[in-house]
Design a protein around this ligand. Structure first.
Ligand code: B12
Ligand code: SF4
Ligand code: SF4
Length: 323
């Protein structure tokens, strides 16, 4: 361990900068356990020399926006983008702090990714999978929708990370799953796209709502313009869709921060008390979804957790001996 910089000092700095949650994982542990070994996302691939420790940071979403019930709400999208920018600032300032102590460090982008890994169907991959890194750093465990749930804020956090050459004392992953899974299923009932599977996500269904004014919106609008008759093209150029694209890209609104219905209704997290009166009732609930969830719950009672569970058991923390 470093004689001059302790894990406690690095965490205190991150909190002072505004992080709501901070945890530390060993780079080597993340290198050894990529979530999808066929497409490894590991600290060592970003920087082999300077990823001894991975400091995972979380900034909580605002209760005021999580109380809103719309799936496509500009107030929500705007606030979430501000939270994202705030987290990016915290990451950068933490890197300066670590470098001032003599340890080369680097930020992990919370939303951006290498364009070579872009997938139009939503299965895009970041340089690190932050929810999985957060589990390794002891911040929480994965839920039925494979998002990170935390004891403090449930899934209502934006995640970031800093890789550093400093060797810092790591945290221990939580021993017990936070998500009861099929016996709850509120995220599945609330999902307007019906994208939540049994411990999995249909990304192609979620992506258009999760990123409503992002790259997909821009390209479909451009495609309409290119294909339009010349007379119609000028109108499309000056349309509300062009205005929305301009406005969204200018401030990032709705680019990475769309639907959060599965997040708003999750009862895990001490913060849920402040949301309960607004979110307990789920307007998107249908008899079909209820029946699908009841089927899952019945199979889970019989020990069948579905085809995706085993792949993620390490991070769901639900299987004795998964670690
Ligand atoms: C691309 C992306 C998306 C895509 C794909 C999501 C995904 N889970 O991969 C889409 C557009 C759908 C999406 C949606 C959303 N996202 Co998003 N997204 C990302 C991003 C940029 C990369 C994700 C990534 O690298 N995934 C890696 C893969 C390996 O993860 P995985 O698919 O879950 O892997 C497991 C399974 O798929 C399975 N598996 C993998 N391969 C295979 C193959 C086979 C054959 C099988 C059977 C299984 C299997 O095993 C894996 C192990 O658990 C991250 C930022 C980051 N760098 O982490 C944010 C991130 C995950 N998103 C986030 C958020 C908040 C959202 C949304 C709420 C939208 C919004 N309003 O912001 C929704 C939530 C959807 C949901 N229920 O999870 C947060 C999550 C915070 C949290 N509490 O967990 C992140 C971390 C951004 C951030 N900085 O905070 N997102
Ligand atoms: S972000 Fe919205 S569309 Fe995506 S899984 Fe959650 S509720 Fe469904
Ligand atoms: S809503 Fe229920 S099932 Fe979904 S992630 Fe939260 S606790 Fe798990």
């Amino acid at each position: 361990m470093s004689a001059t910089l302790t894990a406690a000092a690095a965490k205190a700095k991150a909190r002072a900068l505004g992080a709501d949650l901070v945890g530390i994982a060993r780079g080597a542990v993340l290198d050894a356990h990529p979530p999808d070994p066929a497409r490894p996302q590991t600290p060592g691939r970003i920087t082999p020399e300077d990823s001894r420790s991975v400091i995972v940071l979380a900034r909580r979403l605002l209760a005021g926006t999580n109380r809103l019930r719309g799936a496509d709400d500009r107030h929500k999208q705007y606030s979430t983008e501000l939270v994202l920018s705030d987290l990016e600032d915290i990451e950068l300032k933490l890197v300066y702090f670590l470098e001032d102590h003599g340890y080369p460090s680097i930020t992990v982008p919370p939303a951006h990714f290498d364009a070579r890994h872009y997938d139009p169907n939503g299965d895009t991959r970041g340089p690190l999978s932050l929810p999985h890194a957060a589990v390794e750093a002891g911040l929480g465990t994965l839920g039925l929708n494979l998002m990170l749930l935390t004891p403090e804020f449930g899934p209502r956090v934006i995640l970031g990370a800093v890789l550093t050459a400093a060797e810092l004392e790591p945290d221990r992953p939580l021993a017990h799953a936070l998500c009861p899974g099929e016996s709850c299923g509120r995220c599945l009932l609330a999902c307007p796209a019906d994208a939540i599977l049994q411990w999995g996500l249909d990304k192609s269904r979620c992506a258009p709502l999760a990123s409503p004014y992002g790259f997909g919106y821009l390209t479909s609008h451009l495609e309409r313009m290119v294909r339009a008759e010349p007379a119609e093209r000028a109108a499309l150029l000056k349309s509300k869709e062009s205005f929305m694209t301009w406005q969204s890209i200018l401030r990032g609104v709705g680019v990475y921060s769309g639907c959060t219905r599965c997040v708003d209704v999750c009862p895990v997290g001490r913060d849920y008390e402040a949301l309960r009166d607004a979110q307990d009732e789920i307007a998107e609930r249908t008899p079909e979804k209820d029946a699908r969830l009841a089927g899952m719950a019945g199979r889970a009672t019989a020990g069948d957790r579905g085809p995706h569970f085993a792949r993620s058991a390490r991070w769901i923390a639900a299987t004795p001996g998964a670690r």
